[in-house]
Design a protein around this ligand. Structure first.
Ligand SMILES: [Zn+2]
Length: 130
């Protein structure tokens, strides 16, 4: 398809192959590949698939894993499901808006929740607070 065939306004919804791989095919980005892993400004993290606000910077922490990590999502922003792929028992985290795969949640996080949402930075879009 030629570039001219894309309807006006469609560009904001176009995902890169890597974003599609994570969101739609449950892919995982390489650790430390996302610049958002080291992003500690104040702001909000959105889903690149549907622009749902998922996490606030106040819940982000440095897990040392190489993936952006949060101890709590925004209320109602995400869903979880049980994942037994790769011989591991994990809880998958998906976007409450488009149901795209975001990452996994583990129970070794910091207070107050004790949870660690391990999220692929490639499917997050960060908007800093003014
Ligand atoms: Zn989404």
């Amino acid at each position: 398809m030629a570039e001219n065939d894309v309807p006006a306004g469609a560009f904001c919804g176009v995902l890169t192959p890597e974003q599609q791989r994570v969101l739609r095919e449950h892919g995982t980005e390489p650790p430390r590949s996302s610049p958002l892993d080291k992003e500690y400004r104040e702001g909000v993290y959105y889903c690149v698939g549907c622009e749902t606000a998922l996490f606030e910077s106040t819940t982000k922490f440095n897990s040392g894993t190489g993936w952006p990590s949060f101890f709590s999502p925004l209320p109602g922003a995400i869903g979880t499901s049980f994942d037994e792929s790769y011989g591991m028992r994990r809880t998958e985290v998906h976007c409450g808006g488009c149901k795209g795969h975001l990452g996994h949640v583990f129970t070794d996080g910091p207070p107050p929740t004790g949870l660690r949402y391990c999220i692929n930075g490639v499917v997050l879009r960060f908007t800093p607070t003014e």
